[in-house]
Design a protein around this ligand. Structure first.
Ligand code: PLP
Length: 392
């Protein structure tokens, strides 16, 4: 007599309906931690390489694979990997390239998390870093030693929005045989494709423009070569910074409008930067699209447009900058960048509050400096809100 499972068991297993015959137009969310097999050989093959089929979501996931393939295509890479955050992408790539006794050359102008990773955490694993001004490519060449395993730079570095001369740095990296890692978060592949300039790896905080809606924390890395992608994947498995499929699904959805958004972010930033540059209560504006910006010439060669991230100095020092960020209505005071809403931060009173003016200066931050991620609002409304916040 056949055994009939109980209601409890039937509730646990549910009823599995077959996949639909017609293809879904949108990528489904494979919100599952694990995948079932009918033969042990296929199971084993997938553990060795999930391109044989999904096995466990820390190793890979079909939704995540769709985002990885899309970013690889946009960046011109052979493949990509998604991570739980931008920092997971950056740390996993770093630890793939360098180990005990190895050396890294990095820009002095780095995202804060990347700086602490290289300055405080990597030394505990025996990895040392020389920080150089990458605006001087000769300084990069001089810092390279026989132990150097990576050069790490950012396409557009915050808060001064300095644009790296990627062809010049890539030429030095190639000559030394050292992989160049480029954080392309602020430019995105819409404005710059570092692999085309000779980089080996592009890393992103997909939290920012790639997803674009302030609702996901996610990272991604795209690779010029399959061997390095595979080695990074092997490390990702055991370090464990893998992405969640719901996050990769949201980012995949965000990427569909990335070119439209980058065009609007850049145009809005131009309107705001030009307005601020002429404003009596603003003493300086940092946006690489302005001819007055120190890296404007490099930016016109390396970027297709200038992105939506800028900084400016409000008259009145610390108090002036802080007051400005507290007075916006459309301008939301919050960390991060790259989403549809405009965000502002006054580093001297928030992210860098422990620093005195001399220490701020060393970090490239002035007391009244405000950082602004220009959103997708109507630029006239942003300018009206800016003017109101700058009054007095
Ligand atoms: C935000 C950011 C990171 C870190 O990304 P998370 O997703 O927050 O981990 C790295 N690099 C740059 C340039 C960033 O702006």
């Amino acid at each position: 007599m056949t055994h009939h499972p109980s209601l409890t068991t039937r509730a646990v297993h549910g009823v599995r309906t077959p996949p639909p015959a017609a293809r879904p137009v949108a990528t489904p969310i494979y919100q599952t931690s694990t995948f079932a097999f009918e033969d042990a050989g296929a199971y084993a093959a997938s553990l060795g390489d999930p391109s044989h089929g999904a096995v466990y979501t820390r190793y890979g996931n079909p939704t995540t694979a769709a985002l990885e393939a899309t970013i690889a295509d946009l960046e011109g890479g052979v493949g990509a990997l998604a991570f739980a955050s931008g920092m997971a992408a950056i740390s996993t790539v770093l630890l793939t390239l360098a180990g005990a006794g190895d050396h890294v050359v990095a820009s002095t102008a780095l995202y804060g998390g990347t700086y602490s990773l290289l300055h405080e955490i990597a030394p505990r694993f025996g990895i040392t870093t020389t920080f150089v001004d990458v605006g001087d490519p000769d300084a990069v060449a001089r810092a390279i030693t026989p132990q150097t395993r990576a050069i790490h730079v950012e396409t557009i570095a915050n808060p001064t929005m300095a644009v790296t001369d990627l062809p010049a740095v890539a030429a030095i990296a190639r000559e030394a045989g050292v992989p160049l890692v480029v954080d392309n978060t602020v430019a995105t592949p819409v404005l710059c494709r570092p692999l085309d300039h000779g980089a080996s790896v592009v890393v992103h905080s997909a939290t920012k423009y790639l997803n674009g809606h302030h609702d996901v924390v996610l990272g991604v890395a795209a690779f010029a070569d399959e061997e390095l992608r595979h080695r990074t994947w092997s490390l990702l498995l055991d370090l464990g910074g893998s992405a969640d499929p719901f996050a990769t699904w949201l980012a995949l959805r965000g990427v569909k409008t990335l070119p439209l958004r980058m065009a609007r972010h850049s145009a809005n930033a131009r309107a705001v930067a030009e307005h601020l540059a002429a404003h009596p209560a603003v003493t300086r504006v940092w946006w690489p699209g302005l001819p007055s910006h120190p890296t404007h010439q490099v930016a016109t060669r390396v970027l297709d447009d200038f992105s939506g991230f800028l900084a400016f100095e409000v008259a009145g020092g610390r108090e002036g900058g802080q007051r400005f960020t507290e007075r916006g209505t459309l301008l939301i005071m919050a960390p991060s960048l790259g989403g549809h809403e405009t965000l502002v931060t006054h580093p001297a009173s928030t992210t860098h509050r422990q620093l005195d003016d001399a220490a701020l200066d060393a970090a490239g931050i002035t007391p009244g400096m405000v950082r602004m991620s220009v959103g997708l609002e109507d630029p006239e409304d942003l300018i009206a809100d800016l003017d109101r916040a700058l009054e007095g």
